[in-house]
Every structure is written in structure tokens, then in C-alpha cells.
Design a protein around this ligand. Sequence first.
Ligand SMILES: [Zn+2]
Length: 191
Amino acid sequence: MHYYIRCPLRQGQYPWVEAIKVVLGNCELDIAYTLPKWFLHDRLKASVKENLKRLTHRQWQEAMEINELCQTYKQHKTELEQEKYLSMLSIENYKTLARFRCASAKLPTVKAFYRGEELTFCNLCEEPELPNEMHLLLKCERFAYARAEFLPSFRNITEPIQQVYQELINTQDPVTLKQLATLIGFIFSFL
Ligand SMILES: [Zn+2]
């Protein structure tokens, strides 16, 4: 990279060199393009890597902020890294859980979003409550029986429900994860 950048005649000659210029600019390292001799290869590489990581994380957070469908997702997804449940569940189960977490299913809130509707109650249990992911998993009476069967340890909740939801959706316990995916699969069959 240094070889091509160092030679002014080559600058602008190759699209990939220009692409590197953009990357360095995004990393606020423009100076490394114009004066590459100032930088040691390994330190520049480490600096670009760290800056790209920070930039990607910021873009990810900004994308979540402007996407209304990410309201629940951003509550339980705090780190930009592969979720552990992906390697702990069967393909079918992790797909179910991923769809639920990412609002990639026919959830009442997702359907209302695409229809431009504003939900004031849950049409599954008729309660005046937003039928979001937390409601469906832990509160909706329509799934009380399934909840008791598939997630028996969550039958009688005494802690604040938001806290319980956070712990449940981020659990790394293999048994609970499988039960959770099974319950969500059951809920999906009603949507
Ligand atoms: Zn409900």
C-alpha cells in the first residue's frame, strides 16, 4: 500500500488506492495518505483497524436509532458481536429466536408499522397494552398456557418485568434458550 501511495504519479490511477484514501479519511487519518512516510506500517494498520471498528459501531447505533422497528432490538443488543445463542441452538431454533429479536416476523407491532397503524391494545388478549415482544413473551394471556408449559420457571414473575425480559432474551443457559425458542415458535404459529 505504501508503495502505491508514496508515488504521486500512481495516486488516482487505481480505484483501490482511491478507496484506501476514503477509508483513511473516514478514520480521520487523511495525513497517512498524503504523508505515508510519517507512519510505521504496523501502527498505521492497528490505528485503521481500531478506527474502523469505532466507526462501524457508531454507524450501527445510528442506524438503530432511526429505525423504528429497532426499538426493542436496541434494548437487548448492546454489543456489535455475534450472539452466543447462534452457536448454542439448532438451526431451526436460532432462526426463530433471531427473527424474533430482529423484528423479522409478523409481530403485531411489525404489521402495524408497515400498515401505518398505531396500536393501543393487544388484539390477541384484548388488553390495553402495546403487543410488543415483551408483552407477547411474558404478559399476553393468549399465550399463558404455552408460557407455563414451555417456560415454567417464568410462570410467576415477581421482579420488574422489563428486567425479567432483558435477562430472558439475553440468557446463555442452553435449556432456557431452547424453551424460549420453542415458545416463540408457538407464538409465531398464531401470528
Ligand atoms: Zn396480549
